[in-house]
Design a protein around this ligand. Structure first.
Ligand code: SF4
Length: 766
């Protein structure tokens, strides 16, 4: 059979939080072909370099195919019995907080749900945290402070409808390429649209920027508090909105006025004229979207940065409207889904709060659980410190590689090595973390497993299997449920499929939810296998009264007059089957027979739907706070300076275009490695001259925590006084290049997110 004759499966790219739709097919000869899904509401056929190369990264080289105990192949029964008995014994002897799960934004929502249920409801500890802590925890904390809920207010469509797009701490062109392409395409159609880039580095994203503010690292709080003061001084406030829908404006404005323009210029490293131009542009442009990413989140002032941005949008009423709003874009494919099921140590499932006794009681009753953790668990950095000092004696790491990706990575490796019992479930046999595991559990990979993820615009998407599972690999949810079963909790973990788990997760989101909680997908609580297979991408909360999916008798939500979610234009033709009738949008049948086409082949129907209004929150000011009003947060800039005589430069870590995380997948593609073949240290010419460094010299970059050896890349794109090193390369790919070994374990006091972009460092030529 030729490849073209094989049936395509609709699935979702496993890399970034854009959540692009992918059509994958496997020929009879095993050849895999992947292309962008032209009908998908996130990408409309586009894929970036990483997504396009997915087929090149699928092979069995290096796969963990069988369970292992101390490196010895075993069977599932022995491995699972050992994990369950060791966890049970540790809990019995030392209490539930002596065990921990460290999970991942790479897990599917169903995997995450089962892991969280086991730890918080049956073990009775909240010691489950995720590598999403390194990605978007500050946005979660900022949303909850301002809105009373972790709700991203916008949709991708807003990025095309805005007249001003402010990109803060985001190299969108490389890190969320398809969103960048959507903005670039919109700008071509509307040349008056303006883009401002706020980033210490001049990245590829500056190609579409009308203005680049090369801000001092962590200068964002000063920049946006200064903007709030400017808006107040220049009569650019929406006082009607402020009065009707917010509280605390006076205190926030007072706090924001602590610096004058000269003070803000000093704190941001920007000229007063630059500041004035940006402030006046923001003030004059009603349809403004502020997009922010890791430059905001990965900071010891990350939560304040998020709220400083949100304050400016609340003050101008630019939220919940087409083309206007603050917009957090997440790094990981399922950072949002993890949040929805309580994958963070300080949250419960379905966006309920662990500190709230009513929420705990509700979750416990729903799960019929013996207990529910009563206090937040340890956040990622604290968790590995507890492993190091012996408080955690049994650790299960799922789908992530903390030996390479955690701050202070050498200390994390030492902690894992010293931990009495370490379980790792992973796709690969030899990551830097897997090799320290006492028990290795082979997990199913992308393309082999079924489930859902949620992208940055709150859209729930299906990942679908199109490959057979190799060896004895199993889905993560199955592995966790089997361990739960062996720990004596079998009845609550008798899920037969991801569809079962999704249905339970959806039902919990609606359980005693009178509209006071934002996350509600209760209409999917009765979903069956057929409906799950046919699930079309949809944004939560979903759906609203009056749509065919709204269950009879469901209480109207608070603020029920918000705009309704728009049904997705996509239907499922997974495995070439016609779309079943249950629980899919009315559009599904209409779209099922559509001819295939590329990004340029959008039908009029798709184009019309792209232009239609999408789900937005807060249009009428109903926030998830007790009084329904959003909260201004008073914020004063606090200097985050860490450099000193010994370490005079600021180390900034981040991504490159064609690699992902610790390269366990992208490192398999020679094509992806052609873009940037080796790790590097980007340094400004003035600093290079000062330190006697020439372009392409081998340099040592060191901090108080460690050192790496890299090739110098001397470029004026870099801000003087700083050095940029990519995060991806590990010792497997390049000797002594684990940059996270250099990153100090300093975190934001509220969110617990590490400050991975402001580390005191020095650079020397070897
Ligand atoms: Fe995948 Fe993100 Fe690229 Fe889309 S933009 S193809 S989700 S990596």
């Amino acid at each position: 059979m030729k490849i073209e004759e094989a049936r395509e499966v609709r699935t979702t790219c496993p890399y970034c939080g854009v959540g692009c739709g992918v059509l994958a097919k496997v020929a009879a000869n095993g050849e895999i072909a992947v292309r962008g899904d032209p009908d998908h509401p996130a990408n409309f056929g586009r894929l970036c370099s990483k997504g396009s190369a997915l087929a090149e990264t699928i092979d069995l080289d290096g796969r963990l195919l069988y369970p292992e105990i101390h490196g010895r192949r075993t069977d599932w029964d022995e491995a699972l019995d050992l994990v369950a008995s060791t966890f049970s014994r540790t809990i019995a002897e030392h209490g539930p907080d002596a065990v921990a799960f460290y999970v991942s934004g790479q897990l599917l929502t169903e995997d995450y749900y089962v892991a969280n249920k086991l730890m918080k409801g049956f073990v009775g500890s909240a010691n489950i945290d995720t590598n999403s802590r390194l990605c978007m925890a500050s946005s979660v904390a900022g949303h909850r402070r301002a809105f009373g809920s972790d709700t991203v207010p916008g949709s991708y469509e807003d990025l095309e409808l805005g007249d001003l797009i402010v990109l803060v701490g985001s190299n969108l062109a490389w890190c969320h390429p398809v969103l960048y392409q959507r903005i670039a395409a919109a700008r071509e159609k509307r040349p008056d649209m303006k883009v401002v880039l706020i980033d210490p580095r001049r990245t590829m994203t500056s190609d579409i920027a009308d203005m680049h503010l090369a801000i001092e690292p962590d200068g964002d709080v000063a920049l946006f508090t200064g903007l709030l003061a400017y808006l107040g001084q220049h009569n650019a406030l929406d006082r009607t909105y402020i009065t009707a829908h917010t509280t605390g404006f006076g205190q926030a404005l007072f706090a924001a006025s602590s610096l004058d323009l000269a003070g803000i210029a000093a704190a941001t490293g920007l000229g007063e004229d630059e500041l004035a131009r940006f402030y006046s542009l923001f003030a004059a442009t009603a349809k403004t979207v502020t997009v922010y990413s890791q430059g905001v989140n990965q900071s010891s002032s990350g939560t304040d940065k998020v709220n400083a941005i949100i304050n400016c949008h609340l003050a101008t009423g630019r939220i919940g409207k087409p083309g206007a709003g603050p917009f957090s874009v997440t790094g990981q494919p399922n950072a949002m889904g993890g949040r929805e099921v309580g994958g963070l140590a300080n949250m419960l499932a379905a966006h309920m709060e662990i500190e709230n006794p009513e929420h705990r009681d509700r979750v416990q009753r729903f799960w019929n659980a013996p207990t529910v953790a009563e206090k937040p668990g340890l956040k990622a950095v604290e968790m590995f410190q507890a492993v190091a000092d012996g408080r955690i004696k049994a650790l299960w790491i799922m789908a992530t590689n903390p030996v390479d990706s955690m701050p202070d990575a050498d200390a994390v490796e030492a902690a894992i090595k010293a931990c009495p019992f370490v379980v790792v479930s992973d796709v690969l046999a030899k990551t830097d973390t897997v090799r320290h595991a006492h028990v290795r559990l082979p997990a199913a990979a992308w393309g082999e497993k079924d489930g859902t993820v949620t992208n940055s615009e709150r859209r729930i998407l299906r990942q679908r299997a199109f490959l057979a599972t190799p060896g004895e690999a199993r889905a993560d949810w199955w592995i966790i449920a089997e361990v739960a079963n062996r720990m004596g909790f079998g009845e609550a973990f008798s899920h037969a499929s991801p569809a079962d788990i999704f249905a339970e997760h959806a039902a919990l989101s609606a359980f005693e939810n009178d509209g006071a909680r934002d996350f509600d997908i209760g209409a999917y609580g009765g979903i069956d296998a057929e409906g799950y297979d046919a699930l079309v991408p949809f944004q939560w909360p979903a759906p609203s009264p009056g749509t065919p999916l709204w269950p009879a008798g469901h209480l109207p939500r608070k603020g029920g007059d918000r705009l309704s979610p728009r049904p997705s234009p996509i239907s499922n033709t997974a495995r070439g089957e016609p779309a079943p009738k249950l629980l899919i949008s009315p559009l599904a049948g209409e779209m099922a027979g559509r001819p295939e086409g590329g990004a340029q082949a959008e039908s009029e129907g798709v184009q019309a739907r792209r232009a239609s209004p999408s789900t937005r929150f807060f249009a009428n000011g109903n926030f998830y706070t007790p009084d329904g009003k959003a909260r201004f947060i008073p914020i004063r800039p606090v200097p985050q300076t860490r450099t000193n005589e010994k370490f005079p430069l600021v180390l900034n870590t981040g991504r490159v275009r064609d690699h992902w995380h610790t390269m366990t997948r992208t490192g398999k593609s020679p094509r992806l490695s052609q873009h940037l073949a080796e790790p590097f240290a980007e340094i400004h010419p003035a600093d290079a001259q000062h330190f006697g460094i020439g372009d392409a010299d081998i340099v040592r970059v060191s901090t108080a925590h460690g050192e790496v050896l890299l090739r110098a890349l001397v470029t004026a794109r870099q801000r003087p006084g700083s050095v940029f090193v990519p995060m991806h390369w590990t010792d497997q790919f390049s000797a002594r290049a684990r940059v996270d070994a250099l990153v100090a374990p300093i975190t934001d006091a509220i969110s617990g997110q590490p400050a991975s972009k402001n580390v005191a460092a020095r650079v020397e030529r070897l």
